[in-house]
Design a binder for this molecule. Structure first.
Ligand SMILES: [Fe+2]
Ligand SMILES: [Fe+2]
Length: 297
């Protein structure tokens, strides 16, 4: 199966290699998203892509059996999840995952320097990175709309959790870089598993299945690049800590979203995170994403 073209994401790199890779990533990211619209937390190419999806909508042939079941459980699971159909559970789970991401970026956007005040390459990269995350949130919203859910509200988390997310970007880099990297890796793991779940749950809905995959791919391609980029912040000790952190961080995060345990094999997700080496990333994504030079065999 694996072609062996790429090495583990936990492969060590020298300071010089990382410096060169930041320069390379910066070249990549500018052409990848196009112009940054800072006031709107948006990027030109991403906006055009989302507009294309919105201008060419597809719909479920068989609408959701009970949309109220989604609206009743999407912010917090109120019913017994076993009483819900799998499509509804997949969608409430997706909302919850995206909601965490949205809260995290909202908290960070106001704390990190804007582009005019970003003097280092790393700061500039981080600003574009956050704008991309806002685009992911819009793409998730569009996935829910594609399944007929156009009344979704994006709700803040509890004040305590919001506060935690707001503190995260203020923490010094040497403490923050490892969890930030593992969080991106966790995203990629979830998106790959979700992509496969579409085949299963949307088997009878080829148009929507295809559209959901296209929307998700837009996110995954960015996230694979983020994995390499966030990895590039980390030296040898941090790399060991990161690998060690995969299991507790995945467990903690996914335990908070009951849908994940019901639809996915979390143990397998942890294994996939620990073993991640870009070889499973399909070629059509490789062409559009970014991989650190030292992860190439
Ligand atoms: Fe994202
Ligand atoms: Fe990301």
């Amino acid at each position: 199966m694996t072609s062996g073209k790429y090495l583990s994401v936990f492969t060590l790199a020298t300071k010089q290699q990382r410096k060169e890779n930041f320069e390379d990533y910066w070249r990549f990211t500018q052409q990848h998203g196009g112009e940054l619209y800072e006031a709107e937390q948006d990027l030109a190419k991403k906006r055009a892509k989302l507009k294309y999806f919105k201008d060419n909508p597809v719909k479920l042939h068989k609408p959701l059996v009970d949309p109220d079941a989604f609206y009743r459980n999407y912010i917090e699971m109120k019913d017994d999840p076993k009483s819900l159909d799998r499509l509804t559970i997949m969608l409430t789970g997706m909302y919850k995952f995206a909601r965490h991401e949205w809260v995290g970026i909202k908290g960070a956007w106001d704390v990190v320097p804007d582009m005019a005040n970003s003097h280092s390459l790393e700061d500039k990269i981080s600003r574009i990175h956050l704008a991309e995350e806002f685009c992911h949130w819009r793409l998730f919203d569009e996935m829910l709309r594609t399944c007929g859910l156009d009344k979704v509200e994006w709700m803040p988390l509890s004040p305590w959790k919001e506060w935690v997310y707001e503190q995260f970007p203020k923490v010094p880099g040497f403490l923050m870089d490892t969890p930030a990297f593992v969080t991106e890796l966790m995203g990629v793991t979830y998106y790959f598993h979700l992509h496969r779940l579409f085949d299963d749950i949307l088997a009878d809905e080829p148009e929507v299945r295809q559209r959901m995959k296209e929307l998700l791919d837009e996110i995954t391609i960015d996230e694979v690049a983020h994995v390499g980029q966030r990895r590039n912040f980390i030296g040898p000790i941090g790399m060991k800590i990161s690998k060690w952190m995969v299991k507790p961080l995945y467990t903690l995060f996914f335990n908070d979203i009951p849908e994940v345990g019901q639809l996915f094999d979390v143990k397998q997700m942890i294994n996939d995170g620990e073993a991640f080496d870009f070889n499973e990333v399909p070629d059509y994504m490789i062409e559009r994403t970014w991989i650190p030079s030292y992860c190439k065999a």
